[in-house]
Design a protein around this ligand. Structure first.
Ligand SMILES: *[C@@H]1O[C@H](CO)[C@@H](O)[C@H](O)[C@H]1NC(C)=O
Ligand SMILES: *[C@@H]1O[C@H](CO)[C@@H](O)[C@H](O)[C@H]1NC(C)=O
Ligand SMILES: *[C@@H]1O[C@H](CO)[C@@H](O)[C@H](O)[C@H]1NC(C)=O
Length: 158
């Protein structure tokens, strides 16, 4: 039993060292306001909270995604969005980025509130559901807003 435990330990050590390059840094290195670049300009009415998954592109872990989402929601809490207006931040994590945005669509205007945390977790947790990690992102749209969670790398949001 002892040697079995020891071999399990060394196996996990090997796995950790193989996967070492994918362990994310403790926090982002920089945040860029990209509100003026990002304009989904979605005008089609969709049902309540319709999630679209990208299913391709950069894969990231859940942990840095959650810290970015929570920071985005805290920073933008109370921000009033006029019809068509977007707030968007790109979080730089070294080898990858995470773009987050909220946009008022369909002529609606509203303010970012605590629901931000729940809405941005939808394309995180309802896409790439086979594991905690390997998240490729997507966006959730309701009648009045679109929320985007979009991992990227190599200088693009893909
Ligand atoms: C980014 O570039 C690296 C190195 O060229 C490559 O291995 C990786 O697949 C690229 N990522 C994406 C999402 O294209
Ligand atoms: C959205 O697209 C329409 C049609 O291309 C354009 O007239 C409108 O100005 C755009 N809205 C915004 C906020 O960019
Ligand atoms: C994400 O999920 C989609 C749909 O199940 C799948 O096609 C894609 O390969 C997944 N990506 C990863 C990195 O697992």
């Amino acid at each position: 039993m002892k040697s079995f435990t020891a071999s399990l330990l060394s196996l996990s050590a090997i796995l950790l060292s193989v996967m070492g390059s994918t362990i994310p840094p403790a926090t982002w290195t920089r945040i860029e306001d990209v509100s003026s670049e990002v304009n989904g300009n979605i005008t089609a009415l969709q049902g309540p909270e319709y999630v679209t998954c990208y299913n391709s592109g950069t894969r990231v872990d859940r942990a840095p995604s959650i810290s970015s989402i929570d920071d985005f929601c805290r920073r933008n809490f109370g921000a009033g969005l006029a019809p068509g207006q977007t707030v968007a931040l790109r979080y730089y994590w070294g080898s990858f980025t995470i773009l987050l945005s909220a946009q008022a669509i369909n002529g609606c205007s509203w303010s970012v509130d605590g629901d931000c945390h729940r809405l941005l977790r939808k394309p995180l947790d309802e896409c790439n559901t086979s594991g905690e990690n390997g998240k490729q992102g997507g966006y959730v749209t309701d009648v009045c807003g679109q929320w985007r969670y979009d991992p990227g790398s190599n200088g693009s949001d893909i």
